[in-house]
Design a protein around this ligand. Structure first.
Ligand code: G3P
Ligand code: CA
Length: 242
């Protein structure tokens, strides 16, 4: 069965990467969530997509130049304020894990370390995963494939998957050279034949970000391991009909 992973939570209908968005994904019947992590200035792991807070909150500045206390003052649902009475805050990864401990959802953690170093992020994220006993329910992805090689060498118990957005020749073989057992391609660069061969080779295929019903249908019918979508509710309903 193709799993449904909620991209930044239910980001199509809720403020991305917030607890509201993750909880909505659970309510929608998603199998798991995808989220993005950065280090704050004082070394806390925070869940937010961009390098800055400008697009998603009422603040400005680089995340790695703001302390957790400063980040927590910002309204993470600023651009959705008409739909929510209370300000929602940028979650820490710890807060998400506390919530995950009370359910059975999977969690795809994307390390946002491809255009800034975030030195030591891999170790800190994995330390937290272990603290919460979430090794079997989490998998780590990144556009920084060196970072995944580091994880695969240091923590072979962790599952990783490279993110990529261009056509890749035999991506299942590429994943194996990294030591990964999954691939997370942009949905436009993966064919049904590639999906089939990757899965036959023991490589999970979880394309992103699939929001149109016709694309969801294509990947579910192709027996993809999972799809990553902003609209988990739509995907769950569609899957039930296929
Ligand atoms: O993990 C899939 C997807 O989230 C990667 O791209 O930019 O949405 O983080 P982005
Ligand atoms: Ca992401």
């Amino acid at each position: 069965m193709t799993l449904i992973l909620a991209h930044r939570g239910s980001a199509g209908t809720h403020p991305e990467n917030t607890m509201e968005s993750f909880k909505a994904a659970e309510k929608a019947g998603a199998d798991g969530i995808e989220l993005d992590v950065h280090f704050s200035k004082d070394g806390e792991i925070v869940v937010i997509h961009d390098n800055t807070v400008d697009r998603t909150t009422d603040g400005t500045g680089y995340i790695n130049q703001l302390t957790l206390a400063e980040l927590k003052k910002l309204k993470a649902n600023y651009h959705y304020k008409h739909f929510f009475n209370k300000a929602s805050r940028i979650p820490t990864l710890r807060e998400v894990f506390e919530w995950l401990s009370g359910n059975q959802l999977l969690c795809n953690i994307e390390l946002k370390n491809s255009d800034q170093p975030h030195e030591g992020l891999e170790d800190k994220v994995i330390e937290l995963i272990k603290e919460f006993n979430l090794v079997t329910r989490t998998f780590i992805s990144s556009f920084n494939h060196y970072s995944l090689v580091y994880i695969n060498n240091q923590y072979p118990e962790m599952e990783t998957a490279p993110l990529y957005n261009d056509i890749l020749y035999k991506p299942w073989e590429y994943a194996k050279t990294l030591g990964s057992i999954g691939i997370h391609p942009k949905y436009k660069v993966i064919t049904n034949e590639m999906i089939e061969t990757a899965i036959e080779n023991g490589i999970a295929v979880r394309p992103y970000t699939i929001n149109k019903e016709k694309d969801m249908k294509r990947f579910i019918q192709a027996n993809c391991s999972a799809i990553i979508t902003d609209y988990p509710e739509k995907a769950v309903k569609l899957r039930a009909k296929i």
